[in-house]
Each structure stands twice: as C-alpha cells, then as structure tokens.
Ligand binder design. Sequence first.
Ligand SMILES: Nc1ncnc2c1ncn2[C@@H]1O[C@H](COP(=O)(O)OP(=O)(O)OP(=O)(O)O)[C@@H](O)[C@H]1O
Ligand SMILES: [Mg+2]
Length: 255
Amino acid sequence: MVENVSKTYVTKTDRITALDDVSFSIEPGELVSLVGASGCGKSTLLRIIAGLSRASEGSVSVAGTTVTKPNPGSVAVVFQEDALLPWYTIEENVGLGLLARGDRRADIRRAVAMAMDQVGLGQFARAYPRELSGGMRQRAALARGLVMEPEVMLLDEPFAALDEQTRNLMGQELRALHSRIGGTMIMVTHSLTEAVLLSDRVVALSSRPGRVRTVLPIDLPALRPVELIDEPEFGVLRNELWQQLEGDWRRSERS
Ligand SMILES: Nc1ncnc2c1ncn2[C@@H]1O[C@H](COP(=O)(O)OP(=O)(O)OP(=O)(O)O)[C@@H](O)[C@H]1O
Ligand SMILES: [Mg+2]
C-alpha cells in the first residue's frame, strides 16, 4: 500500500521533486507493472517501497506494517543490473541473504536448491556469474529474491539488458513463476507491451514529478502467449496506456 508518497531530492544546487502524492494499493498475489517515461521516479518509488530510501511525505506499508528500513524477508528487490558478486558462485550469490540473516547452512542449501530449480538454473549452481549469459544471470538475480520468500518482490526493469526474444521468454517465465508460487510482484518496465502482456494491473506515472496518471486493470486471459500482442483487445489496452502517457513521454524527451 503506497499512501500519498512524495519525494524531493535536495542537492547542493537543486531541489528535484521526483514523486508527488503517489497512492495506490496492491492486492496480495497481484503482478503489477509500473510504467512511465525515463526520470519519472519509478526506481525512486521502488527504493522507497523496499525501505532503501525515505519518502519525504507519505508512507508505504506491506501486509499492514509500515516500511521504515530494508527487510529482504518481506520485500526483496531485483535490480536492473543483476548485481551478482563475481567472486562467488551462483549458489553462493543466491544464498547470501539467508546467510546474512543467520540461517543454518543445511536450511540455506535446501532453500537455494529450490529457488535455483524454480528459475531453471539447477545445473549452474557451481558456476560463476561470468560463465552465465545475461538471461541466466537475470534468473540468478530472481532466485536471490525468491529464496527470501518475500511478501513482495520488486523488479526494476529486470529484462532491460536482454535482446527482444530472450526478453519475451523471460517475461513468459516470470508470469509462469508468479502463477506457480504466488506472492506479490511489482515490476518496472519501459515497455507498455510488456506491461500489458505480463501484468494484472498497470500503474502509469506521469513525467517529473511522478504522479499516478492511471491504474489500468488488464482483463486478459490468464494464459498470455506472445501472440496475444496481435489481438485487438491487446491493442486497445496498450493504446489506452499510450494515450495517457504520450504527452509525458514527449516532455521527458525534451527535458
Ligand atoms: N540520489 C538522487 N539525488 C538526486 N536526484 C535523484 C536521485 N535519484 C534520482 N534522482 C532524480 O529523481 C528523478 C527520478 O529518478 P528515478 O531514477 O526514480 O527515475 P526512473 O523513472 O527510474 O527513470 P529511468 O526510467 O530512466 O530508470 C530523476 O530526475 C533523477 O535525476
Ligand atoms: Mg529507473
């Protein structure tokens, strides 16, 4: 639940209002996308939800508890860059959060193996990040969040660095994973198509300062093959978002 969140960054020379009075609530188990032009405050909002940054005004709560500091067991983040540590193996990377929490080794091993299987990386447990493709590294980053069994998983443009085809496949996998394990997911994406294809609802933010332009429910079948993109009902939803955001995108291009 995001309530009246505003965020102003104060630098030596400037005050930048990144978010202005942003409110929305997310049902447990929903997959929601956050879209908006570059610089509209999407990452800022994720950081606030994750407790990594403080709202200037307003508050965020997860399962009834106000977020005041990072708590990866409640809210886990998958960043845009996969941020794996190069000197650890994939399984060590995935287990870091549990290790930091002081879990027992045997429990960590079991949980890590399960998370790696969920993302289809079981065979690469002992590999190092440099030995994996970009898509596989992104899966490892996903496993690192999953292993914490968080209430909410935040994904900041998780597929931005991937080619279009891999990105489509990863999107499909993410949706399948979400319906298999449940849990709430909030994903930032630049792509309106990806947002419509993968989400239950889309929150669209205006360009700076970020305000909620619209919250669009995506009433499409649960099964969403990529071919759905060519269907008229898909186009209607994507156009709806585009019409809401077109002006913002143009403005952000000029600024
Ligand atoms: N630590 C910071 N100090 C000062 N200004 C910041 C800081 N972090 C972000 N900003 C500013 O806040 C605004 C929103 O940034 P943010 O990174 O949240 O945007 P975004 O929507 O994630 O953009 P993108 O799509 O390019 O990732 C931008 O104008 C940015 O310059
Ligand atoms: Mg960002």
